[in-house]
Design a protein around this ligand. Structure first.
Ligand SMILES: [Mg+2]
Length: 260
């Protein structure tokens, strides 16, 4: 097997989680990726929940030796990076918008109930946002767990509706639109498939892409949440012993050793 596509989540998977100012992606990750690029022209996708401006400013701050070839933003929209600017995958992004517009309009009782719950029973910050009628930031990890449980209970009658959680943040989407299906949209666009793809993630919103339907080689850094580690382990993936990008560098190195 020849690795041709490396799909990494960003926060917690490349960039260390936490609030320190000196958070950085380790040079070893880029040297491993560079070797793969030279050897087999590996394509690099950053698959994140961030919007473009937030990702762009962090990529600039990190002074990356090179930028990703593709990005997935908001766990849904797909863009090819050309000259450090995002060029939309128009057909996919349009399908995403249409699916979400219809779904969100058909689920008003869910949004009303959630808003009441958030207002009266939590200290969460919440509101309408670009990609979701409701984005929620819980006050702390315990409250995030409580909100997550409530969402999973209340979402059950709406089979097309799903939630993406990242740490204490929540965003809603169509069940067919997530990091996994967005990765598949990139694969179809460039003529590659799961057999030549590595996917790396650390949190709830990465679970849909940490699936052998989308990537034959699965990995996570040591700081990944237990659900992610279980998912990766359960499908024969590689659990790195180091955090964030150091862990993904370790995975790339191991993968190269297997290939050699
Ligand atoms: Mg993450």
């Amino acid at each position: 097997m020849n690795l041709r596509l490396v799909c990494t989540d960003f926060d917690g998977t490349l960039l260390p989680a936490g609030e320190e100012d000196d958070r950085s992606i380790c040079p070893e990750f880029f040297s491993r990726l560079q070797q793969l690029k030279k050897r087999s022209g590996v394509v690099w996708v950053i698959n994140t929940g961030r919007p473009w401006e937030s990702l762009r400013s962090e990529l600039e701050r990190q002074r990356l030796p090179y930028w990703p070839d593709w990005v997935v933003l908001g766990e849904r929209e797909v863009y090819r990076i050309e000259g450090r600017l995002p060029a939309p995958h128009r057909a996919w992004n349009q399908r995403c918008s249409e699916l979400h517009r219809e779904l969100f309009a058909a689920t008003t009782s869910f949004w009303e109930g959630m808003r009441r719950f958030l207002q009266h029973e939590t200290r969460a910050v919440y509101g309408q946002a670009e990609w979701s009628p409701l984005e929620i930031l819980a006050a702390d990890a315990g409250e995030a767990d409580r909100i997550h449980k409530k969402i999973l209970d209340w979402i059950a009658p709406f089979p097309d509706l799903s939630v993406q959680r990242n740490f204490a943040g929540f965003r809603f989407s169509h069940r067919e639109i997530h990091k996994g299906s967005a990765l598949q949209a990139v694969q179809e666009e460039i003529g590659l498939d799961a057999a030549v793809t590595l996917a790396a993630g650390d949190h709830h919103n990465d679970l849909p892409m940490l699936d052998r339907r989308y990537a034959a080689f699965l990995t996570c850094p040591v700081n990944a949440i237990p659900e992610v580690k279980d998912r990766v382990r359960g499908q024969g993936g590689f659990l790195a012993s180091r955090p964030a990008s150091a862990g993904i560098a370790e995975a790339l190195s191991r993968f190269e050793a297997c290939e050699a």
